[in-house]
Ligand binder design. Structure first.
Ligand code: EPZ
Length: 429
């Protein structure tokens, strides 16, 4: 199993190209199931989750062609996928695949909307929380699908098609909003989604669906209206930049010190996180091609942050911020309100010498003078990168084990950091 070796203490300087967003790419690829024509996606990141989803879609009969390299293109350019779901031969998403990646459960929406039936395995447990799918099921049931739970599978049937309806989510759910929005595009009549998630990835998917002929308005707000249409056509869409990757590298330079340019990054996608970074003492300078982030000299100031749905501080940057605050001058408090068990990184950061107290959904971080390198274990995607951030400032060598977690959501992380001067390398096998 691959590991990553980091020797801390190097300042960072240079340019990091930000890839397309994982959390937009996955629902966009799933949206291809809504049409028999070809959906072409540009700026697709090279991630383990994308490869796995290609396999899951292939299982339904979807053909995916990856464009070859064009002259002048480097690994910094995203890839282009040509996705054709002309012939859906199987409407079952098996446990072996869905259990590997929760987001694949979302295939239930386009399958029941277009094919009138779907049999999708329940995703099962997750390191960061129970993560039920009751609200996703509620959404397609509201649209008229008959739902049965059979042997760990959700069986959804709507032989006469779905019907527009009012869907009011009791809590904000990204997956629920994607599911409701996708299914409603082919429903008969109007659907109104209340208390919808406002994450930028929702608006990116709605933008693509509208290019495919859907009639969606209000995406990005908490009230989305979808006028159902008879069928959708093919389209071409570029995935928006990854705001979580952007925030992660911004925190890395704040931790290590230095000055980097995050190419393709868009500040409005993570303003709350950038505001917190400025509070810690980093400088953030957006340009029309990206964002420059620097921290020189001045130490890190402590902060008090609560995670919540967009536009608040994202839960997917909570672990990275915690790593940063382990070296702040003073006491920080981080409250995690989205997932009930998203502190798996705390014990691993403590192995590097961090001082963190946990009390329910709140973590209190006592800043320390120095961290010291050690062997640590990755437990989930975002927790693993928080260990990398801490290691960049720790004295000596750190070995991060189980980096397959990282590969799920960060494209060429060690290459991008090494290019900016970090002493980081992958140890294979
Ligand atoms: C999406 O997960 C993201 N995943 C997550 O990113 C992200 O952390 C999360 O949204 C919140 O921003 C993808 O986009 C692939 P939710 P999702 O439904 O849709 C509860 C990463 O690191 N809930 O918004 O699964 C749920 O348990 C990943 O890239 C129900 O109770 O998140 C959680 O407490 C991790 N019932 C809360 O709602 C439901 O039916 C928010 O979950 C659905 C959700």
């Amino acid at each position: 199993m691959d590991r990553i070796r980091i020797v801390g203490g190097q300042r960072l300087s240079g340019t990091i190209p930000i890839s397309g967003a994982k959390n937009a790419t996955l629902p966009l690829m799933i949206a291809s199931l809504l049409t028999e024509e070809t959906l072409t996606l540009d700026n697709v990141p090279r991630l383990a989750d994308v490869v796995l989803l290609q396999r899951i879609l292939g299982n339904h009969g979807v053909d995916i062609m990856v464009s070859g390299k064009r002259s002048g293109m480097t690994a910094d350019h995203g890839q282009t996928l040509h996705i054709s779901a002309a012939n859906i031969v199987d409407t079952t998403a098996p446990y072996e695949l869905v259990s590997k990646m929760r987001a694949s459960f979302w295939v239930i929406a386009p399958l029941v909307a277009r094919m009138g039936q779907a049999r999708v395995s329940m995703p099962g447990g997750c390191a960061i929380g129970t993560r039920p799918v009751d609200l996703l099921i509620m959404a397609i049931e509201r649209l008229g699908a008959k739902i049965d739970i059979d042997g760990g599978y959700v069986v959804a049937q709507a032989p006469k098609g779905l019907k527009g309806a009012e869907i009011a989510f009791p809590k904000v759910t990204v997956g629920g909003t994607h599911t409701a929005m996708m299914a409603a595009t082919l429903a008969d009549g109007t659907t109104v989604i209340e208390n919808a998630a406002r994450e930028p990835e929702i608006a990116d998917v709605a933008d693509c669906l509208n290019k495919m002929g859907a009639r969606i308005s209000g995406a990005g707000t908490s009230r989305i209206v979808v006028e159902g249409v008879a069928k959708l056509n093919g389209a071409r869409h570029a995935v928006l930049p990854d705001r979580i990757e952007t925030g992660t590298y911004a925190m890395a330079v704040a931790m290590a010190g230095g000055d980097i340019f995050l190419q393709n990054a868009r500040p409005e996608l993570l303003q709350a996180a950038l505001d917190v970074l400025v509070e810690t003492g980093a400088t953030v300078a957006p340009t029309n091609r990206g964002i420059r982030v620097a921290r020189n000299g001045a130490g890190l100031a402590p902060v008090d942050v609560t995670t919540a749905p967009f536009p608040a501080f994202p839960t997917d940057l909570q672990a990275q911020l915690m790593a940063l605050m382990t070296r702040a001058h003073g006491t920080s408090r981080i409250t995690e309100t989205v997932f009930e068990n998203r502190f798996m990184h705390v014990q691993e950061l403590a192995r590097l010498g961090a001082r963190i107290q946990l009390e329910g959904e709140r973590a209190t971080i006592e800043g320390v003078e120095r961290l010291k390198g050690a062997q640590v274990m990755a437990t989930d995607l975002r927790a693993s990168v928080s260990l990398v951030i801490a290691a960049l400032a720790a004295e000596g060598e750190t070995i991060v084990n189980r980096v397959y977690h990282l590969d799920r959501g960060f494209e060429r992380l060690e290459e991008k950091l090494a290019r900016c001067g970090a002493a980081i390398e992958r140890l294979s096998g």
